[in-house]
Design a protein around this ligand. Structure first.
Ligand code: ADP
Ligand code: MG
Length: 290
């Protein structure tokens, strides 16, 4: 796609839903790749000990690799753990190793255990959220930080919700889609009240949508009825190309750029990048020869 205007600040998106298998990781990876393709500088933070986002973005995440574990538990600066993602320019990753599985417990005794990630983001010169006063910003600033959360509402997800201002909830178009969302939204309210005033559920993305079934259409209608304009217009279709791409260490954008999955994720990324921007006024009439 053509490059898009960059946001004036770094936007930190938290991709969360305590349900497993709804498309959090797939959405993180492909929205990130889509945004990078649109000319944005993007950092993915893998907060799931499974490290699926790290795998899909082709970054090393065997035990001992500098990772989110080091950042959260030992306070290692982000710049020491950021790796470039495979072959996608403008896309970077903080990988997750299996060590992160122990972090939920190790963090319990750590000071300000729920703000470890926020602190790490604030200290990075390439991340400017506008929340920290007097923050020095480097030239190669990130436009987006996208955090892939594990399927639980524990300390790892809490760290993400405290670190970010925007939450992106993927919802799978299936029968039990809305189950558990109440609990998720209660957690968001709790975080907002006590730990991060800036937090909002900014975006809902309908994933694994099968347009041929009445059920999927019904679920999508219900989600739109509930969340209104927060729901991206683009639904992500169920597509085998989307599920195959990670095993090649690729986003679906590079694995099969013409596939419905790639086009939908690119369109969803474009919608995200345009959020809060007014449509450009039409070009004034004038001499335009060529
Ligand atoms: P989560 O991170 O929420 O647990 P994942 O992104 O890992 O969910 O997705 C769960 C499974 O569904 C994975 O096997 C993934 O490849 C598959 N999947 C996700 N989105 C799609 C899609 N649009 N079409 C087909 N399969 C998908
Ligand atoms: Mg996942």
């Amino acid at each position: 796609g053509d490059p898009m205007e960059r946001p004036s600040r770094t936007r930190v998106l938290v991709v969360a839903n305590q349900k497993g298998g709804v498309g959090k990781t797939t959405t993180t990876v492909n929205i990130a790749a889509g945004l990078a393709q649109l000319g944005q500088r993007v950092l993915v933070i893998d907060l799931d000990p499974q490290g699926n986002a790290s795998t899909a973005l082709s970054v090393d995440h065997h035990r001992g690799t500098p990772s989110t574990y080091d950042v959260l538990v030992d306070g290692v600066p982000l710049e020491e753990v950021i790796a470039p993602a495979g072959s996608v320019p403008g896309l970077f990753v903080v990988p997750a190793t299996i060590d992160l599985a122990g972090a939920e417990i190790e963090l319990v005794s750590v000071v300000a255990r729920e703000s470890r990630l926020r602190k790490a983001l604030a200290a990075h010169p390439g991340i400017d959220t506008g929340l920290e006063v007097g923050h020095r910003v480097s030239e190669d600033r990130f436009d987006f930080v996208i955090i892939d959360c594990p399927p639980s509402l524990g300390l790892l997800t809490l760290n993400a919700l405290v670190a970010g201002a925007e939450m992106l909830i993927p919802i799978q178009a299936e029968y039990y889609a809305l189950e558990g969302l109440g609990q998720l939204l209660e957690t968001v309210d709790m975080v907002k009240a006590h730990l991060n005033q800036a937090l909002v559920v900014s975006t809902i993305l309908i994933t694994m949508y099968d347009g041929r079934t009445k059920l999927a259409a019904g679920v999508a209608d219900e989600v739109r009825g509930h969340f209104g304009s927060k729901v991206l217009r683009t639904n992500i279709p169920r597509s085998v190309r989307v599920s195959e791409a990670p095993s090649y260490g690729q986003s679906v954008m590079t694995y099969d750029p013409g596939s419905s999955g790639a086009l939908s994720y690119l369109e969803a990324a474009r919608e995200l990048a345009l959020q809060g921007k007014r449509p450009r006024p039409p070009r004034p009439p004038g001499p335009r020869q060529m």
